[in-house]
Design a protein around this ligand. Structure first.
Ligand code: ADP
Ligand code: MG
Length: 240
């Protein structure tokens, strides 16, 4: 579904991604781990072109999204993204947050968009929050709404950038549960996280990034129990 070839990203003279090659299959849950500053967020942001790659190619659904001649916006609509800081629109209700993009970007009828939003809210048990503003929600509720907002666009792949890192510990579980449900339904997911339990339980593949490269990748079993690289082992020693 996503094929990344020799992806590089520089910020000025700072080389952040130093040549990433990676294929993500439909239905796969790929977990990215690695130290702070290793380029995990930049990699995710390049996948949906929130950052413009310096060189290399990304093919999504058979379309090169790094080729400026192609309609990037059409492709981008098929990728949902969830951030550490939720990024809900503070001046809009939950319903407005969820229906904005489907109505504005996909030209969905408002009635239709609202029906979809309500169904999604029911799924996460927050239908009673439909007219609430984000500042009246807990962190866990905000993040579940942010996930549902991305799902309202019917994406083909969901990108998560440390979705539980800003949450109080007691709220991590409810967000991970929504993500586990998505994985079970077959959603293609790329997840940057420090939740090693989630990586082990849900990940089909785990990538260890360090200094702008994928140092090692494998099944959770391979990476967590039989890692081949000392840098992976050193990192895991600190987080496990
Ligand atoms: P991670 O998510 O693994 O912590 P990031 O991708 O956020 O790493 O950052 C990798 C490196 O790129 C860091 O040194 C960071 O300071 C730098 N960086 C990220 N975004 C920018 C930017 N917009 N401008 C300049 N430097 C950036
Ligand atoms: Mg990051």
């Amino acid at each position: 579904m996503i094929k990344v070839s020799n992806l590089k990203k520089n910020f000025g003279s700072l080389k952040v991604l130093k040549g990433i090659d990676e294929n993500i299959e439909k239905g796969e849950v790929v977990v990215i781990i690695g130290p702070s500053g290793s380029g995990k967020s930049t990699f995710l942001r390049c996948l949906n072109l929130l950052e413009e790659p310096s060189s290399g190619e990304i093919i999504f659904d058979g379309v090169s999204i790094t080729d400026k001649l192609n309609d990037i916006n059409k492709q981008r609509e098929k990728m949902g993204m969830v951030f550490q800081q939720f990024n809900l629109f503070p001046h809009m209700t939950v319903l407005e947050n969820i229906t904005l993009a489907p109505i504005k970007v996909k030209n969905m009828e408002p009635v239709e968009a609202e029906k979809t939003a309500l169904n999604l809210l029911k799924r996460i048990g927050l239908e009673d929050k439909i007219n609430t503003y984000p500042n009246q929600l807990s962190g866990g509720q905000k993040q579940r709404i942010a996930i549902v907002r991305a799902l309202a666009m019917s994406p083909e792949v969901m990108l998560f950038d440390e979705p539980t890192s800003a949450l109080d510990p007691e709220m991590v579980g409810e967000v991970l549960d929504v993500m586990k449900g998505l994985a079970k339904e077959g959603m293609t997911m790329v997840v940057v996280t420090h939740e090693m339990g989630f990586a082990k339980e849900v990940g089909d593949r785990v990538l260890f990034m360090d200094e702008g490269k994928i140092v090692e990748e494998g099944t959770p079993e391979e990476l967590f129990n039989n890692s081949k690289h000392s840098r992976t082992q050193d990192f895991l020693k600190k987080v496990l």
